[in-house]
Design a protein around this ligand. Sequence first.
Ligand code: CP3
Length: 341
Amino acid sequence: MTDKTILRALRGETLPVPPVWMMRQAGRYLPEYRATRAKAGDFLSLCYTPDLAAEVTLQPIRRYGFDAAILFADILLIPQALGLDLRFVQGEGPRLSTVTTAAEVAALRPVGDIHDTLSPIYETVRILSRALPRETTLIGFAGAPWTVATYMVAGRGTPDQAPAHRFKDTDRAAFSTLIDRIAEATIDYLSAQIDAGAEVVKLFDSWAGSLKGRDFDDFALAPAARIIAELKRRHPGIPVIAFPREAKERYVGFAKAVGADAVALDNSVDADWAAANVQTAGCVQGNLAPHHLVDPANLEGQTRRIVRAFSGGPHIFNLGHGITPDADPDNVHRMLAAIRG
Ligand code: CP3
C-alpha cells in the first residue's frame, strides 16, 4: 500500500520516473466520458449518481494506466450544499444564485447540513476505493475558499473575479465570514471523503493569482492553512496537494506556509525556476501546458524538458491546468511515452 508511487513522491522521495495523472482526466475529450454523461443526462446528475461518477473516474485509468484517479465531482457542489441554486448551462458554464451581503452570508444553510446534499459523493469514493487497481492512488478534492467564493459572489465564472473583490473591499468582515463558512464546510467535506477512502486530497485555488499582498495572506494562505491543519489533526498523515494557480512568486514557501505536502504548478511557471525555488522545499506537481495535447508539435520535447527539470527531487507529472475538450486522446499516449520512456 505504501509503495504507491504518488504517495512516495508526496513523502518526498525522488523517483526514477515521476508518477503521472492529469487534471480533468475524466472529461469531454474522451468518447467514453461523453457516452456516460449522455446516459446521466447532464453534468450534475453525473456528479450525483455514484455508479456513473465512479465509471467516468475509472475510464482514464483503464485507457492510460495513470498513477492516480481523481474523484469525479465539482468544486461548486459545496455552494450548492450551502443552499445556493446551481446549474450548468451547456456551452456557457456554471450559474449560481449569489451571496453579496452579510445577510445573505448569514442565510446560508448550516455547515452541519452539507452531507444531506453531498452523501452521494462519499458513495462514489467508496465504490472507487474498492474498484481501483491496487497501485492507483485515489485523490479527493475541493475548491479552496477564495475560488469557491468568487463563484458564489458572482453567480458565474468571471475573468477578473471583480464581484468577489468588490465584496471583500466593501465589507471585509462579512466577506471573511463567507470564507470561514466555506472553509468549515470544506473541512467536513474533505474529511468525509477521507473517511470514505480518499488517500490524498487536493485544494484547487484556481483564482489565487488575483489576490495580492495582504489579501493573498488572508484569503489564500490562511484558509488553506486552517483546512489542512484540521484535516491532519483528524486524519494524521493524510497528504495534501495545494494548487494556488497563478500565484507566481508566492509559490515560493507556499507549501510550508499552508502545511501542504506538495504544490501544483500552473503552466505559467518556468520548470527550471520552480526546481530551484519551489521544489527545494518538497514535492511539486505539474506543469505541461494543456495546449500541447491539442497541437502536439512540441509535446514530447516539452514533456521531457519538464521531467528533466524536476528530476532532482520529488515530482508528480501533471498538466498546468485541466485538459481541454479539443485534446486528442492519442496525444496523451505520446505524453506518457515521453515520461515513461
Ligand atoms: O479533474 C478531474 O477530472 C476531477 C473532476 C473535476 C471537475 N471539475 C469536473 C468537471 C475537478 C477537480 C473540477 C474542478 C473545478 N471545477 C475547478 C477548479 C479547477 C480549474 O479548472 O480551474 C473549477 C473552477 C470548477 C468549476 C467548473 N466546473 C467550471 C467553471 C466548469 C465549466 C467549464 C467547463 O470546463 O465546462 C465546470 C464543469 C466541469 N467540471 C466539467 C468537468 C468534467 C465539464 C462538464 C461537462 O461534462 O460538460
